[in-house]
Design a protein around this ligand. Sequence first.
Ligand SMILES: [Zn+2]
Length: 345
Amino acid sequence: MHQTVPAFLQDFLQTTLSSLTPECPEGAISGTLSWKWLGHGAILFYRTNIQSSTNSYIISSGIHGNETAPIEICNQLIQEIAQESISIQGNILFLFGNIEAMRQNKRFIDDDLNRLFSGKHHEMPQSKETMRALEIENIIQRFIHDSSQSSETTFVHLDMHTAIRGSFYKRFAIAPFKIGPMLSKTLVNWMGNAGIEAVLLNAKPAGTFSYFTSQLVNADALTLELGKALPFGENNLEAFSSVTLAIRQLISGGEIPVASMTPKVFKIINELERKTDSDFRLLIDDEVENFTAYPKGTILATDKDYQYCVTHEEERVVFPNRHVKPGLRAGLMVIESDIEPHIAS
Ligand SMILES: [Zn+2]
C-alpha cells in the first residue's frame, strides 16, 4: 500500500534550507520502505524486510556550501526514492553538510568543515563549522548504530564535491588513507562507470569526512570531485549524468557493469604549506587547472624560510588555494603511481 510522500521529502533541499523540522521524524513510504529524519540535512531510507548481510550507503554533499551540483543531484535522488521511481537495497543516508554556507553560497562561514572531522573540531575555537562537524559525527554514529544490526553490514561513503578551479581530469576522487586495501574492487569499477578519470591515494590521516567514515566503520569511502562549483540553479545536471546513473545502479543493488575505463592512480607525495599570514606566496595562478604538471626544480610556494621545490621529474598540483589559514595546506602534490587501489597498503 502506498502512502503519500510527505511534503518535506518532495524537496528536501528546500526543507533543509528553511530549517523545517518534520512533524513526525519517521514514517513509511511503502510496506517495505521507511524513512527517518536524523537531524537537519540528514534523511535515512531503509528497507524493513532487511536481510542478514546488507549494504549501507552514506551519500553526502554540501560539505562545502557553494558546491551546489552534488546537492541538487542528492535532492533529485531523494525525490526519486520517496516516490519509489527507483528501488533501493539496504540503508541509505543522504546528508547535506554545511547548511548555513549553502544558504549563503559560500564554501564555509568560519572554518573549512572538511578539515574538522575525527574530533579535530575539539582542537579549534568554537565556530559554526566546529559545531556542525560534531553534529554530523553524531548523525553518522547514529546511522551506523541503527544500520549495524548484522555484523556483515558493509558501508560505502560517497562525499560529493565540485572544485574551485577547472581540472585536467574532469572528474576525480580522493581515497582516504587506510592500512591495507584502500578501496574495494566494486568501488574501483564503480568509479570507471561514473566516469571518474583519476584517483588520489592519500598517504596519511586527514580531517576529511571520508577519512572519518573510513576509520569509524572501515567504509569504502571516497571524496569525489565532479566538476566546477556554480551557484544553485546554474548547474547543467546533464553533465553529471554518468555519476548520477552510477549512484542509482549502486544503491539499487543491481549488477554494476564492468567499466570500460579504470581511473589513473596518483599518490600524494607532499603538501604546499601556508605557515604565515604575511609572507606566504603561492606561485601558481588562479587559472591553473588541477593536475597541472611542473618539472623538477620549479618553486611553487614560499613562506619566510620555507619553499616548495619540485623534486621528482614531474609533479602535479591539486587544490592549490592561497586563501587558506596559516597552518593549513595550500595544495597537494601528486605523482602517477602503478599501485592498484584495491591492493594498496
Ligand atoms: Zn569541496
